[in-house]
Ligand binder design. Structure first.
Ligand code: ADP
Ligand code: MG
Ligand code: MG
Length: 252
């Protein structure tokens, strides 16, 4: 059982003139086996939250704590966070020229586990995971993200998650740009990892569509850099019907 605790998190981003506060006191606790949907309008700070947990250097934590099973995540480097069991797709470079998916995955796995995976098992694990995501085996020999379609990028993210076996995954708009078939395959992948490993998920999304396939246990409305309301699945249905207007008016 793993717990990620985010307590009173304040985060500023470096801009050209002065640091700008974006997160203004975020409180959130995610346990193994739980899926938390974070929903909110554009610019509310959802990605900033993901980057701050990932340890992106542009985002400065000015107040608050992030704890993984009581351990201070903010004191860890990006690689240590991954080794501790946090999966954040954005921590990886957007494009990695000349590095194949196959080599990339093996390098990432070695970094996270602290030792290289046994080759025979590894080749089989990669094949099983790729088959499950309905990826052609030739995909493994392509260069990471070079010319990937939106759907291929997302499948590649989920493939990493399947193979790295994190404890807590943060998926930032994994549903954006996916057609309905790709959305189903990607959602099945997340559900499979959850079932097999008890993964805890922070699922950041604009839309309720993906929540038909990945059932959230908790839904949080994110507005103005903090959680404005939390509830169960019914909250997502209400957001779908009513939008974010009521929170935006309240925030002004
Ligand atoms: P969301 O993911 O909810 O759409 P973001 O976290 O991307 O929101 O952005 C929140 C706010 O922070 C926005 O106003 C955005 O312009 C600003 N912001 C985020 N990153 C940066 C950055 N690197 N430089 C300047 N402003 C930023
Ligand atoms: Mg945005
Ligand atoms: Mg975003």
């Amino acid at each position: 059982m793993t717990t990620l605790e985010i307590k009173n998190l304040h985060v500023s981003v470096e801009t050209e003139d002065e640091p700008k506060e974006i997160l203004r006191g975020v409180d959130l606790t995610i346990n193994s086996h739980e899926t938390h949907a974070i929903m909110g309008p554009n610019g509310s700070g959802k990605s900033t939250l993901a980057y701050a947990v990932a340890g992106h250097p542009k985002y400065t934590v000015t107040e608050g704590q992030i704890l993984l099973d009581g351990e201070d995540v903010l004191g860890m480097g990006v690689d240590e966070r991954a080794s501790a069991g946090l999966f954040l797709a954005m921590q990886y470079p957007v494009e990695v020229p000349g590095v194949t998916v196959s080599n990339f995955l093996r390098t990432a796995k070695t970094a996270v586990d602290g030792e290289a995976p046994k080759l025979r098992h590894w080749v089989k694990d990669v094949k099983v995971a790729m088959d499950a995501l309905r990826m052609d085996s030739s995909f493994a020999e392509r260069n990471v993200n070079e010319g990937f379609s939106g759907g291929e990028k997302k499948r590649h993210e989920i493939l990493q998650m399947e193979l790295l076996q994190p404890k807590i995954a943060i998926l930032d708009e994994t549903d954006s740009g996916l057609d309905i078939d790709a959305l189903k395959v990607v959602s099945e992948g997340v559900n499979r990892v959850k079932e097999n490993t008890g993964l805890g998920v922070m699922l950041i999304t604009h839309y309720t569509r993906i929540l038909r396939y990945i059932q959230p246990d908790h839904v949080h409305v994110f507005v103005g850099g903090r959680v404005a309301e939390s509830g169960g699945r019914e909250l997502a249905d209400r957001l779908e019907a009513e939008g974010y207007d009521r929170y935006l008016t309240a925030a002004v």
